[in-house]
Design a protein around this ligand. Structure first.
Ligand code: DLL
Length: 437
């Protein structure tokens, strides 16, 4: 794999500024953001008043802990535009995330918000190894989802040639990569696996493509998956994180030269880690729930938003800005199986050790006799896997899960293509507990 480390001179000065400079900027911007939210969004006026705090109470960054949290249901309760802080004629774009419960969460952007979003995504793409003039195959979905259009905005800002292919029509993805010879691909890791399968199906060696880097996010994925993808495509695989409530992709990004966690673009998004049970702020380095406060957003300021994503904060390395460890999962996706916490990423990690199995999988939950049962549905890696190898792999998976997680699960290994494929975010958990008696 090629060395794609960006020139230091090409970075935004704030990426390598001193911590003191970053902190000073954050305090200024945080004061503005709290004031802006309080003055212009009834929800924040009420929630700050109810908690007995005022924007002027913020003197130090640690004072932020006095302010109340914002949660997903607050956004739903104010559907569609109740959380917007500017008049409607200043909004230039809306996006929405569908969520699992039906009611979408709507977010909005002013012209300046779009400019900032483009800037942080451009910074992220550069950190991933892209340079002005490079071609990017953007296979994140275009539409209300922030992935496609968010990446596109940053690619424009960085000066890339964007192929706005969106998700789906997998044979066409392969053809365009083969014909256009892009340097980078932006796609969910699960859809990247489908694209990989299609390369194999067409008899094209993915290691022979022009791709030098894949920028993967929008769902959790493991370092085991990174190795698999890097090996299969002979390219770098780096992690990009974000959520629509905070802006979309480009909240944090892994640097291609270090791949040691994701640098949070702290000049725009202020991170905290809290204990999800007590709401207390955790010490640096402790694992907990990630909380974000926007520092510059005009249309949709967000104060202490509980992401439900679990990670920890670490000091900066390749950039001065702090890192977050790869997200292991969302508290929503945590399965509690007979008292043991299980995340789909843990299953992914163990599954990837079985060469007879493909990396595609789903988890089915049922409740026969009022006891939760978990079944991992996997499939063989290719048609040549024998029945004996299939059984051995299934047993090894059961054993691996028992040993590393401490729970006994059922494993079903189907044929190639049995596990439903995603074109965007993978559906990992099928919960049949309510209708299985
Ligand atoms: O998924 C934004 C995005 C698009 C990020 C493209 C990266 C690339 P939402 O649809 O609002 O926004 O979903 C946000 O997805 O709270 C996480 O649970 C999860 N997520 C996003 N990126 C990562 C990642 C976009 N790199 C939710 N690793 C977040 C793990 C991620 N989970």
């Amino acid at each position: 794999m090629k060395d794609l480390t960006p020139d230091r001179a090409s970075l935004d000065p704030i990426e390598i500024a001193s911590r003191d400079e970053i902190t000073a900027l954050q305090i200024d911007r945080l004061r503005w953001s709290l004031r802006h939210a309080y003055d212009n969004v009834a929800f924040y006026t009420n929630s700050f008043d109810a908690a007995g705090v005022h924007p002027d109470d913020l003197v130090d960054l640690s004072d932020l802990a006095k302010f109340p949290f914002t949660v997903k249901t607050d956004l739903r309760d104010n559907y569609p535009f109740g959380m917007f802080a500017v008049p409607r004629n200043q909004i230039r774009r809306v996006h929405a995330s569908s969520g699992t419960t039906g009611q979408p969460t709507v977010v909005g952007y002013t012209a300046q918000d779009l400019h900032h979003w483009g800037a942080v995504v451009a910074r992220s793409l550069r950190a991933g190894g892209m340079r002005p003039g490079d071609m990017l195959h953007n296979a994140y979905g275009y539409g209300l989802f922030t992935g496609g259009l968010g990446i596109h905005l940053g690619a424009d800002a960085l000066g890339l040639i964007t192929v706005p292919v969106s998700g789906g029509m997998t044979p066409r993805q392969v053809r365009l990569i083969d014909d256009f010879k892009p340097k980078g691909i932006t796609v969910t890791p699960s859809y990247a696996l489908s694209v990989l399968d299609e390369f194999h199906a067409e008899g094209i060696d993915p290691r022979d493509t022009s791709l030098e880097v894949g920028i993967f996010g929008a769902e959790p994925w493991t370092n085991a998956m990174r190795q698999e993808i890097e090996q299969a495509f002979d390219m770098h695989a780096v992690d990009i994180y974000g959520l629509s409530e905070v802006i979309g992709p480009g909240v944090s990004m892994e640097c291609v030269e270090t791949k040691d966690g994701l640098h949070i673009w702290e000049d725009h998004f202020y991170p905290e880690i809290i204990n999800p049970e007590t709401g207390e702020v955790c010490a640096e380095g402790e694992m907990g729930e990630l909380v974000f406060t926007s520092l510059t957003k005009e249309a949709f300021p967000i104060i202490r938003y509980r992401t439900r994503d679990l990670t920890r904060l670490l000091a900066g390395t390749a950039r001065s800005m702090r890192r977050m460890e790869k997200v292991t999962g969302r508290s929503d996706d945590m399965i509690i199986l007979r008292g043991v916490n299980v995340f789909p990423t843990q299953i992914e990690e163990i599954l990837m050790r079985q060469t007879a199995l493909s990396p595609h999988f789903q988890i089915e939950l049922t409740r026969p006799d009022r006891m939760d049962q978990m079944r991992v549905v996997a499939e063989i890696a290719h048609k040549g896997v024998t029945h004996t190898d299939r059984d051995t792999a299934a047993r090894a998976l059961v054993e691996g899960i028992k040993q590393s997680i401490g729970v006994t699960v059922d494993v079903h290994v189907g044929n190639v293509g049995d596990v439903p494929r995603s074109q965007g975010k993978a559906v990992r958990i099928i919960d049949r507990r309510s209708n299985s008696g």
